[in-house]
Design a protein around this ligand. Structure first.
Ligand code: F6P
Length: 357
């Protein structure tokens, strides 16, 4: 038996833990493992791949990124999430089919987020033996309570807020920290709570600049002359559109810039010095947290089990402390967003965090 594994979409901490787990579990069954490079691109003839074995993957778990490389562009890109759903071109699919046939691959483990698993689902429907593994720092995939990569991103935000807090306080400034997450506010919500933010701006809760200015003023009246604001890149003021860097032709729109906009507006409204800091790709780099290493390992082992069971078209899923599986189609085309009325937002409000609403 020979299986393939590939990582696609944006990288995140924990990908190498999955690759190591897949390789180890498969080798134990006596299977060969082929790692395709740069996501689905590695499937294009003649195939860009490397043979994986436990000697090659030993020690990779603490490394950020992916030893296989990845891309969120290329010949198979499927635009999903909030955008229109596009399909990978038939020509690319037929080319990939040839490569897999030639290499005699009996199962292909696709480690990806919403867009990549949308392509994975299309390939499965075209007869490919696909198993999905959910990854994303955004934690926005439906049908799984967690994706690996998220915890590491939150740890980076928490660390960043800790550092920015001291400079904001020393200068009596308002600091707006822009974080990733696309259309979901999970990173901002968790990172903001853990890092002690005063205001958290989420895509799920439209905000008013005046309300944030009120928070700054109230804090000032209490003798707290600095304010920490976490803004999700997808957050927007009531009645305004999300701020984006560009609308590239392939893949998702690139969000970014809301932090700077909030800082400018608040400087006008509060007459205080405001600064914006975008954490950007720092949130995707570095070593995975213990939680992501463990989740990645469990996901990789489960993926091999699913190949063994012939349960193609399934995605590994984390539900109620248990790693199981769901059909890939249940996980894609619908983002898992923060519930504005939910318990986590309520807890944040209860400890005095404002959502600018
Ligand atoms: O989906 C992961 C993510 O990091 C998002 O949070 C962010 O909007 C996007 O990818 C950035 O993508 P790129 O690496 O192409 O700039």
């Amino acid at each position: 038996m020979k299986i393939g594994v590939l990582t696609c979409g944006g990288d995140c901490p924990g990908l190498n833990a999955v690759i190591h787990a897949v390789t180890s579990a498969a080798n134990k069954l006596g299977w060969e493992v082929i790692g395709f490079r740069d996501g689905f691109e590695g499937l294009l003839p003649p195939g860009d791949y490397m043979m994986l074995d436990t000697r090659k993957t030993e020690g990779i778990m603490p490394l950020g990124g992916t030893i296989l490389g990845t891309t969120n562009k290329g010949h198979f890109v499927a635009k999903a999430g909030k955008g229109d759903i596009m399909e990978a071109p038939a020509e690319s699919i037929e080319k990939a089919r040839k490569t897999l046939e030639l290499l005699d691959i009996g199962g292909l483990i696709v480690i990806g987020g919403d867009g990549s698993l949308t392509t994975g689902l299309q390939l499965y429907r075209e007869g490919f033996p696909i198993i999905g593994v959910p990854k994303s720092i955004d934690n926005d995939l439906d049908a799984t309570a967690a994706t690996f990569g998220f915890d590491s991103a939150v740890a980076t935000v928490m660390d960043g807020l800790g550092r920015l807090h001291t400079t904001a306080s020393s200068h009596k400034r308002v600091l707006v920290v822009e974080v990733m997450g696309r259309h979901a506010g999970w990173i901002a919500l968790y990172g903001g709570i853990a890092g002690g933010a005063d205001v958290i701006l989420l895509p799920e809760i439209p905000f008013d600049y005046d309300k944030i200015a009120e928070v700054v003023a109230q804090r000032g009246a209490r003798g707290e002359h600095h304010t920490m604001i976490v803004a999700a890149e997808g957050a927007s003021a009531r009645g305004e559109q999300q701020v984006s860097v560009d609308h590239s032709k392939e893949g998702e729109i690139r969000l970014g810039g809301i932090g700077a906009r909030v800082a400018t507006e608040l400087e006008n409204l509060t007459k205080k010095e405001c600064r914006a800091c975008t954490l950007g790709h720092l949130q995707r780099g570095g070593a995975p947290t213990n939680l992501d290493r463990i989740l990645g390992t469990r996901f990789g082992v489960k993926a091999v089990e699913l190949v063994q069971d012939g349960a193609f078209g399934q995605m590994v899923s984390y539900q109620q402390y248990h790693v199981g599986a769901v059909p890939i189609e249940k996980a894609v085309h619908k983002l898992r967003l923060v519930d504005p009325e939910g318990e986590i937002v309520a807890a944040a409000r209860a400890v005095g965090i404002s959502f600018g609403d």
